[in-house]
Every structure is written in C-alpha cells, then in structure tokens.
Design a protein around this ligand. Structure first.
Ligand SMILES: *Cc1c(COP(=O)(O)O)cnc(C)c1O
Length: 241
C-alpha cells in the first residue's frame, strides 16, 4: 500500500531537516561556533500551513514569510490548528501592512527606512502584544534599491530610531547577499555594520544572514539567524518567487 501524501511530505521534511541541521553543525564546527546559538528560520513562502504544522512538530519554532498577505492567512491557519510558532517577516514591507504584521509576527527582518520604523512602532504600540516586536535593520550590500535594505551609512540612525521605541526591540541586522558577488565578502561587510550597530546598542547581537545557497558563508561571518527555504521545503514554483 502506498503511503498517503501527508506521510510522504512529512518524510521529506524529516530528512531535509536532518540534512540541514547536519550542514549547520558542520559549518559551525569549522569556525568554532556553537550550533545551538544559531536560530533556523524555515522560510515557508508558497508552501501550505500543513508544512508549518509538520515542521513545528519536528522542533522548528521559527518560520519566515516574505509577504504579509500570505503570512497573515497562514498564521491564522496554523494558530487554528493549535500550533504555536514565531513568525518572521523577511520580505519588503509597505507601511500600510504594519498593522497586520504587528498582529501576528514576532519579528520583522526587512526594516530599511524611517517611515517603516514609525509605522511598525505605532502598530506595535496599538496591537495587543505580549512582547515587543523584534526588529532587524536590513542592510543593502549592493546598493540596489530594488532588493531592499538601507545603505550601510544610514543603518546607525535607523537602529537608533528602532531603539527609541518601547514597542520595538532592536535585535540586530539582516541582509541578502548580492546575486553575482562573493558571499564571503558580502557577509564580511555585513559583520562590519553589525559591529557598528552593537557599539551603540550592546543588546543588538543578532545577524540574520544566509539562505539555502550561502548559509555556510554566513555562519563563518557570525550569522545568528539563517533563513532557509529551498533546502528544507524544496524548489519553489518560480511563478511565485
Ligand atoms: C525566500 C527567502 C529566503 C529563503 O531562500 P532559499 O534560497 O529558498 O533558502 C531567505 N530570505 C529571504 C529574504 C527570502 O525572501
């Protein structure tokens, strides 16, 4: 008898997660870091709430999405299933989505301009939250405005603005490595900006960096949060990004 589809899917997630955890452990070992200090964020965009529920049962507590519309619906479905995870918004965010995001997200990784800091601060103040909204300031490593992120020179002021809001908690910095560049160089640049932020805000120790293709390089340069989609869930339908 053939296994039902949900068991097949679960078996895929079990083996992909084991392989991924092994890869993170090896990368950490090679640079003398503790893998327990790395948070794995499963980026579930385009994949169903049932995958989030399955991953949660396997010990994945942090889930990433890049669009509010998809994330808010999925968060409601997962909550309705009685499952708790921490939702991380990792994609570009319009200010008019701040209220929605503050209602379900634990963290926003893509904060890259003062208007967004203000909108999130206001939304987080008004929302019935049990904890501040965690914020990562996104750093542009290639000065391509289409890919999001603030220029490194503008990051300290943004970090200050986040830290001034009692409803937000500055966690650190985030970046996506440029497409055609050496990821080691990009993540070294990010580490430099992270140090600068930490000098002014000692509690902002987090670095959100590394995806399926470059997480080993990110871990070499101090990433504390890796955001992994493809290596865990499979190739996405390219029409959905
Ligand atoms: C989709 C996405 C990821 C995950 O990318 P993979 O290459 O599938 O691991 C990470 N970060 C952001 C910002 C994303 O949009």
């Amino acid at each position: 008898m053939a296994a039902p589809p949900d068991e097949v899917r679960r078996a895929h997630l079990v083996s992909a997660l084991a392989a991924l955890r092994g890869r993170i452990a090896r990368a950490c070992e090679q640079c003398g870091r503790d893998p327990q200090a790395v948070t794995l964020i499963a980026v579930t965009k385009t994949y169903p709430a049932s995958d989030v529920v399955a991953l949660a049962s396997l010990g994945v507590a942090d889930v990433g999405e890049n669009r509010d519309q998809e994330a808010s619906r999925k968060a409601a479905d997962v909550a309705a299933a009685g499952v708790q995870v921490r939702w991380h918004l990792v994609g570009r965010l319009q200010t008019n989505k701040a209220r929605s995001v503050a209602s379900y997200a634990a963290a926003v990784h893509s904060v890259d301009r003062p208007e967004l800091v203000e909108a999130l601060a206001r939304a987080a103040e008004r929302a019935a939250r049990s904890a501040p909204l965690d914020v990562f300031v996104q750093v542009s490593l290639d000065a391509d405005p289409a890919r999001g992120g603030a220029l490194p020179a503008l990051v300290p002021a943004l970090a200050d603005a986040v830290a001034r809001s009692g409803a937000l908690r500055l966690r650190g910095v985030m970046a996506v490595a440029p497409l055609d560049a050496d990821p080691d160089r990009a993540f070294a640049d990010l580490a430099r900006t992270a140090r600068q932020v930490r000098e002014a805000h000692p509690g902002a120790t987090a670095i959100s960096a590394g995806m399926s293709g470059d997480l080993d390089a990110a871990l070499r340069h101090g990433a504390t949060h890796v955001r992994v989609g493809t290596a865990l869930l499979g190739r996405r339908d390219p029409t959905f990004g």
